[in-house]
Design a protein. Sequence first.
Length: 347
Amino acid sequence: MKFSIVLNMDRFSEDLSMREVWRRVDEMAGLADEGGFDMIFTAEHHTIEATIAPNPFQVLAAWSRTVKRARLGTGVLSASYWHPIRLAGEAALCDIITDGRLEIGIGRGSYQYEFDRMKDGMPQQEGVAYMKEIIPVVRELWKGDYAHDGKYFQFPAATSVPKPLQREVPMWCAARDPASFDWAVKNGLSIMATPLHAPFSEVENLVSRFENTLENNPGIKRPKLMMLRRTAVYEDAKDWQVPVESLTNYGRYFENLLKNLGKVKNGFCEPVGYETVSNRSDYAPESLRENMMFGTPDEVVKKLKAYEALGIDYFMYGAFFGMPYDRVKRSIELFCKDVLPHFNEAR
């Protein structure tokens, strides 16, 4: 099993400057690269301070100056916010700047709050259809002149300027439902999946869904499967409460944005009460302690071995969820020093 990490800028108060927010995430990218992560991803989000990511290609281009080994990816682009010509050109230029290390992750988009502002209130579920149309178009634009007359995009003959360095830019689809799994496999995209805060049984369900999709599509080259979990490594087992409390508090912002439950002022969203959250059992402290990738190095290695045994190709380390920055940094250091070596031998 190989390892990726997703690093996002966030802040929950104006007291933290944007210069410091950027310094932190830039520092973490360097640590992850030096420590042995195979890929580093960053998200796309708009108008919210909880995830500051208006254009991930800018972030990846900046990281490429100091990140010398790891591949760099979008985790993930919101398909309906993009025009295919713009996406093809920006992605290609980013691939050139990163010396052919670009990975494109794409999905429908996650927050209805954003869709209300970026897509005139379109239900977020409709973002899947945009994803299914835009990916084949981008690939055609990378080949040369191409005219398109689709449901969501129409334009006369045009091409991507520039073209990417890579002959085939690796692509990932953020997916959970069977239809998205099937579309991704049929169209040559690997799959990014997340069980969110659910128990390990949901990891098993997602792996089974992936394997069933492969069985239903014989003859197709096997894509990769990546699984995301929030991660925190600490030296003292008694410290488990720090990431659990951080994620519990962060979840109140996440549920607000995911379900449009509360107010957002100047980009800062208010935390909602758990009485309004349907899956609040997922935030039970013992459940988070057990099911997130939280633990001492030995505990985390044991948890990861269970993921590896399921045949998962990449584990994605979710680094930022409101935990104090010194803890975030120390966790990545411990993961690189005391966890990754247990898996490097098998590569």
